[in-house]
Design a protein around this ligand. Structure first.
Ligand SMILES: Nc1nc2c(ncn2[C@@H]2O[C@H](COP(=O)(O)OP(=O)(O)OP(=O)(O)O)[C@@H](O)[C@H]2O)c(=O)[nH]1
Ligand SMILES: [Mg+2]
Length: 563
C-alpha cells in the first residue's frame, strides 16, 4: 500500500471518528469525552503533516541529556544545555528535508548545520563530525544517504521535574511523534516513579521506539554491560515490547559514541516512511477501540409506537383521566336532564353538587365551553408518582436489550424532562373541550314536548277540578265531551295523556342523556389521551429518539472507522 493511499484512509478514519465522538457525547462522561477529543485532535494534527515526514521525539528525565543529544544529532548547538534543572521548557525542532505543511505548534525551528558547531564534536577542519551527518544529511535540502521525505527531530522538556507544564507538553507530543527516543542516564535510569508514571503508560503508545543510555562515557565497560542489561529488563517489565534495537543503545552526546547507530536507525525509519502510517493507524485503532466499548451488545428497541401508546395510557391513568371523563359525562347527563326533564322537577337535579366540581374542576364563567387551565386542581403526589412510574416503564421498554451505557442513558433521556411533565399534562387536559353548558339539538324539541304534556296534564287537572267544584256547588255545568268511541271524558283523557307524556318523555330523556353522556365520555377520553400522547412524544419520546439516533450514528461511524 502506498503512503498516499494510506493517508487517504487515515483522513477518512479521522472523519469517521470525529462523527463517532460527536455521537458518543450522548453517553460518555464529560471528562472521558474531553480526553478522547484531545486525543483525536493530536492525531489529526499529526496527520496534517502527512506521512512523508517522520517526527522523532526525545523523551526522558531532566538532565538525562535530551538537549545534548539533540545538538549532537543536529551537529550544532541549537538547544541550551545546562547543569541547572530543568533546562528545556519549550519544544524545539530540527528538520532534515522538505518543509512540513504543519509544525505541530513548535515555535523554535532549525535546520541542521546552522549555529555554532558543538565544540566537542568538531573535527579539526571545523565541520561537525560523525557518520550520522552522512546518514541524515545536512543543510536545507539535505536528505542524507538513506533518503527520506523529511525528518523532524524534536527536543522535549522533561517529564519528571516539578514543573507540571513540562509534563503537559510531553503528554501533548505523545500522539504527535512517530518515533519515541527514550533517553536514560546512568544515575536515574531505574527511577521507579519515572518508569511507573511515564514509561509504562507511554509504552502503550504503539509507535516505533528507541531506547538509549546516554552519558555512557561516564561508565566503565563493565558497568555499561550491567546497566544496559538492567535497563533492558526494566523496559520489558514496563511493557515496551518493540524497540528499533532489541537492546538499549549505549551512547554519549559528549563524545558522539553510539550516535551512528541512532542516526542509522532513524534514517532507516524515515526512509521506510511507514513509521508515521503505523503510528497514526495505531492511534486510530486505540481510539476506535475505546469508543468501540460503547458499541457492544445489540441495539435498543427505542421508542416504539406501542411503548409511546403505553406511556400515554399510563399518563392518562396517572392524571386520573378516567375519573375526570366519568365525572364530565355525569355532569353532561345531568345538564341534559336539567334541560329536558319534567319541568316541575327540574330544580331537584340542581340541588346535587356538580361531579366535576367535586374533583376540584370548577365551572367556567361566561360563555366559555371549555374548562380553563386554572379551573383544574394541581397534580397531587399520587399523580406525580404515577407519572414517574409510567415514564420508568416506557424507558425500560425503550432500553430493552441495550447494553451499558445505553441502557442507563435511555433511562436518563426518558427522565430528562420529567419535571416538566405535570405542568404540561395539566396544560394538555386544560385544552380539552369538556363541552360544559353546551346545548344539544335534541334538548329543545324534547323540552317542548315536555311542556306540551305538562300543559295537557294541567288543563285536564284544572278541568276536572272545575267540574268537581261545580258539582259540589250544584251549579250543573254541562257534561264534558268524551273521546269518540271510548266514552272517556276529555279532561280525564287530557290528564292521563299529560301524565303518560311525562313518563314516556322522562324515560326517553334519561335514555338519550345517558347515551349522549357515553359519547361525551368517549370524546373527552380521546381528547385527553391525544393530549397525553403529544406530551409524551415531546417530553419523553423526542429525547429517547435522539439517543437512539446517536447510537445508530455511532455504530455507523465506528464501522467506517474500522474499515
Ligand atoms: N558526560 C556527559 N555529560 C552529558 C552527556 N549528555 C549530557 N550531559 C550533561 O548533562 C547535563 C544535562 O544535559 P541536558 O542535555 O541539558 O539534559 P536534558 O535532558 O535536556 O535536561 P532538561 O532539559 O532539563 O530536561 C548537562 O550538563 C550536559 O552537559 C553525555 O553524554 N556525557
Ligand atoms: Mg533539555
Amino acid at each position: 500500500m502506498s503512503a498516499s493511499t494510506q493517508d487517504r484512509g487515515i483522513t477518512a478514519r479521522l472523519a469517521a471518528l470525529d462523527e463517532a465522538l460527536d455521537a458518543a457525547s450522548a453517553v460518555l462522561e464529560p471528562a472521558e469525552l474531553e480526553a478522547a477529543r484531545q486525543r483525536w485532535h493530536r492525531v489529526e494534527q499529526r496527520a496534517g503533516i502527512g506521512v512523508e515526514h517522520t517526527v522523532v521525539g526525545l523523551f526522558g528525565a531532566t538532565g538525562s541529556g535530551k538537549s545534548s543529544l539533540f545538538n549532537a544529532l543536529a551537529g550544532r548547538d541549537l538547544a541550551r544545555v545546562a547543569a541547572t534543572r530543568p533546562t528545556t521548557r519549550d519544544p524545539r525542532a530540527v528538520l532534515w528535508g522538505e518543509e512540513p505543511p504543519e509544525w505541530l505548534g513548535i515555535g523554535e525551528r532549525h535546520r541542521p548545520g546552522r549555529g555554532p558547531v558543538t565544540a566537542a564534536l568538531e573535527d579539526r577542519d571545523g565541520a561537525p563530525r560523525g557518520g550520522w551527518r552522512r546518514l541524515l544529511g545536512s543543510g536545507r535540502e539535505g536528505r542524507g544517504e538513506a533518503g527520506h521525505g523529511g525528518l523532524l527531530l524534536v527536543d522535549l522538556p522533561d517529564f519528571d521535574s516539578v514543573r507540571t507544564e513540562h509534563r503537559a507538553v510531553v503528554e501533548r507530543f505523545r500522539a504527535r511523534v512517530d518515533v519515541m527516543i527514550w533517553v536514560f542516564d546512568p544515575q536515574k535510569y531505574a527511577d521507579h516513579v519515572a518508569h511507573a508514571e511515564f514509561v509504562e503508560p507511554l509504552a502503550r503508545h504503539g509507535g516505533t521506539m528507541l531506547a538509549v543510555l546516554n552519558q555512557a562515557d561516564r561508565l566503565s565497560e563493565e558497568e555499561r554491560g550491567i546497566v544496559l542489561e538492567d535497563l533492558g529488563r526494566q523496559l520489558r517489565a514496563d511493557g515496551v515490547a518493540r524497540l528499533l534495537h532489541r537492546q538499549p543503545l549505549a551512547v554519549s552526546a559528549a563524545t558522539g559514541e553510539g550516535l551512528d547507530a541512532v542516526a542509522s536507525a532513524l534514517a532507516q525509519v524515515a526512509a521506510g516512511r511507514d513509521a508515521a502510517n503505523r503510528r497514526l493507524a495505531a492511534e486510530l485503532d486505540a481510539l476506535t477501540e475505546t469508543l468501540g466499548t460503547l458499541d457492544d451488545g445489540p441495539g435498543m428497541a427505542g421508542m416504539t409506537d406501542a411503548a409511546l401508546e403505553d406511556l400515554a395510557e399510563g399518563l392518562y391513568e396517572a392524571i386520573e383521566g378516567p375519573r375526570l371523563a366519568e365525572a364530565s359525562g355525569e355532569a353532561r347527563r345531568r345538564e341534559a336532564l336539567a334541560g329536558t326533564g319534567w319541568p316541575p322537577l327540574r330544580w331537584v337535579g340542581r340541588l346535587r353538587r356538580d361531579p366535576l366540581e367535586r374533583l376540584g374542576v370548577t365551572r367556567p364563567t361566561g360563555p366559555a365551553a371549555s374548562v380553563s387551565r386554572l379551573d383544574l386542581p394541581p397534580m397531587g403526589p399520587a399523580a406525580r408518582s404515577g407519572v414517574s412510574t409510567a415514564v420508568r416503564r416506557c424507558a425500560a421498554a425503550a432500553g430493552e436489550d441495550a447494553g451499558e451505557p445505553w441502557h442507563h442513558a435511555v433511562r436518563e433521556a426518558a427522565r430528562s424532562r420529567a419535571d416538566e411533565l405535570p405542568e404540561a399534562l395539566e396544560r394538555a387536559v386544560a385544552g380539552v373541550d369538556f363541552e360544559r353548558g353546551r346545548r344539544r339539538w335534541w334538548w329543545r324539541p324534547l323540552a317542548a314536548l315536555q311542556w306540551l304534556g305538562l300543559a295537557g296534564l294541567v288543563a285536564g287537572l284544572g278541568w276536572l277540578t272545575a267540574l268537581f267544584a261545580a258539582d259540589y256547588l250544584r251549579l250543573g255545568l254541562p257534561e264534558p265531551p268524551t273521546l269518540r268511541g271510548t266514552g272517556i271524558p276529555a279532561p280525564t283523557a287530557l290528564l292521563v295523556w299529560g301524565a303518560l307524556m311525562a313518563l314516556v318523555l322522562g324515560l326517553a330523556g334519561r335514555w338519550a342523556a345517558r347515551l349522549s353522556a357515553r359519547r361525551h365520555i368517549a370524546r373527552v377520553r380521546a381528547a385527553m389521551l391525544r393530549g397525553c400522547r403529544e406530551t409524551a412524544e415531546e417530553l419523553v419520546g423526542t429525547p429517547v429518539r435522539r439517543l437512539v439516533a446517536a447510537q445508530t450514528r455511532l455504530r455507523r461511524a465506528l464501522r467506517a472507522a474500522r474499515a
